[in-house]
Design a protein around this ligand. Structure first.
Ligand code: ZN
Length: 416
């Protein structure tokens, strides 16, 4: 594998490890944008490279002088399926302390068993008469969900594992009786704030095993949250690499929270975030839709060697085969013929191979932010992304060569 691709894959691992929650993903992306010369601000602050944080979502753009006309928008999402703490999480059963959790998004539940789990997220804390926010992460194995021994579940390998999320996914955190508020006190201590000042929290569990290159030739990235931090990483990188003020379409990146739970929220893809940014950049002018293109960048299903029959034989996508254009007639993906043609031209220009994906017609297809933002903004939109395996597992897999190819294509799409 060439050194550029290895560098990009290793850099992706660092990005993922720095981002156990959507709030951390926004902080990681912001730090990278700052290092590339972007300043926190709004369109009212004038032209130039800027970014704006909105809870677990982030907008970044690089506008020239005068109103923008066309836009090149890259969209990805900061959230991944995981386990989140309930408001009163402390409980104890048979002398063991446990946490109440809620499953966030379409998680593969079995993948959370027998893992050392840390905790991360944000605390809303008293700040004078108002409320401030503190990011927190505990990277010690404070929680674990032990699987039931096979001797107590003899048929599990034949019948499959059935997990009730309310009963079977409650992690153990220690021995003894739990006092309500004890776990939050632990988190507050880690964050360096007084428990009495914590007025609210959004906390979640994360796998503590670091992201790594894997395989005999390091051909894979083995990591949590590849869906969709891989795309966040590539989009931010592409925006930092893209030239601003070319007189062409304004490059924009949006990283959305809440994709995994349907995008209907104040900061999700169904929110006015992107539309109001574009309106402010247009400053009353009409958008040039012909020059504009929005790309929803999200994971694509590579063929699984042990389950090849789950894929349409005419649309087999390979790990390491390059970015994937995703098609769905029912608009679960937003790609249409003119959009696909523009991406194919861009891929030709930058020498990146392109694959095409269509879900089996007898299986329900997943979706992305693409169709939602297309409906909100009216921009021509395509769905594309890097191939991966084990989507929505606590630990996913992609090829080490794909993140770099995706990044090259995104730079081309932003700049042309
Ligand atoms: Zn996704």
């Amino acid at each position: 594998m060439d050194t550029d691709a290895t560098h990009q894959a290793e850099d992706l691992c660092a990005f993922i490890d720095a981002s156990p929650s959507p709030f951390h993903a926004v902080a990681t992306a912001s730090a990278r944008l700052e290092a590339a010369g972007f300043a926190e601000g709004t369109p009212d602050d004038g032209p130039g490279p800027r970014y704006l944080k909105a809870s677990g979502s982030l907008l970044a753009w690089n506008s020239g002088p005068g109103p923008s006309r066309g836009f090149r928008v890259l969209m990805a999402h900061t959230d991944s399926p995981n386990l989140r703490l309930t408001p009163n999480p402390d409980r104890s059963t048979h002398g063991m302390r446990q946490l109440g959790i809620e499953v966030y998004g379409g998680a593969l539940l079995n993948s959370w068993l027998d893992r050392d789990l840390g905790c991360s997220g944000r605390l809303a804390v008293r700040a004078g008469d108002g409320v401030g926010e503190v990011l927190v992460r505990i990277d010690r194995p404070v929680a674990r969900i032990p699987q039931l021994a096979i001797h107590l579940d003899r048929g599990v390998n034949e019948k499959g594992l059935v997990l009730n999320p309310h009963i079977h996914l409650s992690p153990v955190t220690g021995l003894g009786e739990a006092e309500q508020g004890a776990f939050l006190a632990e988190v507050a201590d880690e964050a360096g704030v007084s428990t009495a000042d914590v007025l609210g929290f959004d906390l979640m569990l994360h796998d503590l095993a670091p992201a790594t290159l894997a395989g005999t030739g390091r051909e894979f990235v083995s990591a949590p949250r590849i869906d969709n931090l891989l795309s966040c990483h590539a989009a931010v990188d592409a925006l930092c690499a893209a030239r601003g003020d070319t007189g062409g379409p304004t490059p924009v990146v949006v990283l959305y929270d809440h994709e995994e739970v349907g995008s209907t929220s104040a900061t999700g893809a169904g929110s006015p975030l992107l539309r109001s940014l574009l309106e402010r950049l247009l400053d009353g002018a009409s958008p040039d839709l012909g020059a504009s293109l929005a790309c929803s960048v999200d994971g694509a299903h590579a063929i699984h060697p042990n389950y090849a029959d789950r894929h349409d034989a005419q649309h087999v996508v390979h790990l390491g085969g390059g970015p994937v254009l995703k098609f769905n007639a029912s608009q679960r993906y937003a790609t249409d013929a003119p959009g696909a043609a523009r991406v194919r031209l861009a891929a030709e220009r930058c020498g990146v191979p392109l694959q095409s994906y269509s879900h089996r017609a007898d299986l329900p297809c997943g979706s992305t932010v693409g169709p939602i933002t297309a409906a909100v903004t009216g921009l021509p939109t395509v769905d594309l992304g890097a191939p991966q395996l084990a989507m929505h597992s606590a630990r996913e897999l992609c090829a080490s060569s794909d993140p770099g190819m995706l990044q090259v294509l995104l730079v081309e799409l932003l700049g042309t």
